[in-house]
Design a protein around this ligand. Structure first.
Ligand code: FAD
Length: 402
């Protein structure tokens, strides 16, 4: 039986392991962290296309059960002017809608899925090197001095992937997007709206979003401007209180409840920078391949990175199931996935750049936004949200994505 070494136990890793098992391929997941952490980013949306892909593996229900339905985004300017409402993917024929879930809960659900299916996940295994063997197999070397050998190595190790560099030493670094991520969870009388509809504000100096959970808790995030100097590793990360003070200052002149939401939050989460990865020329070499953020990270503003990782997992498992040689499977995988993921990354970059225009750009954006939002509402978003992977259809060499 073919054995795959999966590097990374985030989203793409466990979903790939489950999909490979269904395809008759054994795998072990190697995760760098000692235990599931998954707090970075606090929460995320899993879009209808991601949930649709999870359905093929019977994983959509547990993921949806841990989250809540979030169907629309109400866009507002810093002055409090309503710019328009955009849907997040609509409703699938079976009633499925985009869901928002805490990152830690999503990671936990996916890990439970591997455990209940008897798939081994090893923690504390940080990949440092890998070599392709003369027989076509591959050996992974971990920071703790241990090794593992298999027939394939699948790098699902995220945006700062080590596997990407092992496959291609000239691989590009992620692109800094000039924005940060910070957020939290709170209960405040300043917010009194129904659950499930995001409100996002193009503030005068930073971007702010929040949504109410069915329990009444408010989940929020902010994207403050972030300069490259702010991400120097030798700088001490700001404390939660320092973040609060900075954000309260950034949103002080904006309409809406952002300042109260921030003030009432016990502990802020995150404080990371935003990156994307527009084009990685080489996704595979020999029996090693990268998927998910390691191969094509979309800006968080796309709301699609997790769903892309899930779709990748399903498509790669199908390719390995239907094409006997890894080289053929990897070629088919790239042909099926590259056009779509690069379109999504470009879409995310556009959304991200709207969040931090200068003062002139801000005025123009707020003036034109209602017009563009009406245009978006008329345009079909089917290319993004309507993507469906039919598990039972066989992959053929030369097949292209739609
Ligand atoms: C603030 C923020 C908000 C976001 N919001 C959304 C959203 O709303 N919707 C959405 O779809 N996407 C969102 N994203 C993007 C989404 O989180 C990613 O696209 C998604 O997590 C990618 O999944 P992945 O499995 O490829 O990588 P990851 O989830 O990053 O998992 C990679 C795993 O590999 C492990 N790892 C790394 N290096 C090694 C190594 N050398 N050896 C072993 N293991 C290693 C890591 O510890 C990690 O567990 C957001 C991202 C951020 C930062």
């Amino acid at each position: 039986m073919t054995k795959a070494l999966i590097i990374g136990g985030g989203i793409a890793g466990p979903v790939t392991a489950v999909a490979l098992q269904r395809a008759g391929i054994e795998s072990v997941v190697y995760e760098a962290y000692r235990a599931n952490t998954g707090t970075a980013g606090a929460f995320l949306t899993v879009a209808v296309n991601g949930l649709d892909a999870l359905r093929a593996l019977d994983l959509h229900r547990p993921v949806m059960d841990m989250g809540f339905s979030t169907r629309t985004i109400d866009l507002v300017s810093g002055t409090g002017k309503r710019l328009g409402v955009i849907p997040i993917g609509g409703v699938l024929p079976d009633g499925t809608t985009t869901h928002t879930i805490k990152r830690a809960d999503l990671y936990r659900v996916l890990h439970e899925a591997t455990q209940s299916r008897g798939i081994e996940v090893q923690h504390g295994k940080r990949l440092v090197e890998a070599e392709v063997l003369a027989n076509g197999g591959v050996t992974a070397c971990f920071e703790d001095g241990t090794r593992a050998t298999g027939d394939l190595l699948i790098g699902a190790d995220g945006i700062h992937s080590r596997t990407r560099r092992i496959i291609d030493p000239a691989a590009p670094d992620p692109r800094h997007l000039g924005l940060g991520n910070v957020g939290g969870f709170t209960r405040t009388a300043a917010v009194s709206m129904a659950p499930g509809a995001y409100v996002m504000t193009f503030g005068k100096r930073a971007f702010f979003g929040y949504v109410v959970h069915p329990s009444g808790e408010t989940w929020w995030f902010a994207n403050p401007p972030s300069a490259p100097t702010m991400r120097r590793r030798d700088l001490v990360a700001p404390t939660s209180d320092q973040w609060k003070a900075r954000l309260i200052d950034l949103f002080a002149d904006d309409a809406g409840p952002s300042v109260e939401i921030i003030r009432s939050t016990p502990e802020l989460v995150g404080g990371t920078d935003q990156y994307d990865l527009p084009r990685v020329p080489r996704w595979y070499r020999g029996s090693m391949i990268i998927i998910g953020d390691a191969a094509h990270a979309a800006s968080p503003s796309s709301g699609q990175g997790a769903s892309m990782a899930i779709e990748d997992a399903l498509v790669l498992a199908k390719c390995l199931r239907d094409l006997s040689e890894p080289a053929a499977a990897f070629t088919a995988f790239e042909r099926l996935r590259r056009p779509r993921v690069e379109r999504v990354v470009a879409f995310g970059a556009r959304s991200s750049s709207n969040k931090a225009p200068g003062s002139v750009g801000r005025v123009i954006r707020d003036l034109l936004a209602p017009f563009f939002l009406k245009l978006i509402a008329r345009q079909s978003q089917d290319w993004l949200f309507g993507y469906h992977v039919e598990w039972d259809d066989r992959v053929r060499l030369g097949e292209r994505t739609r």
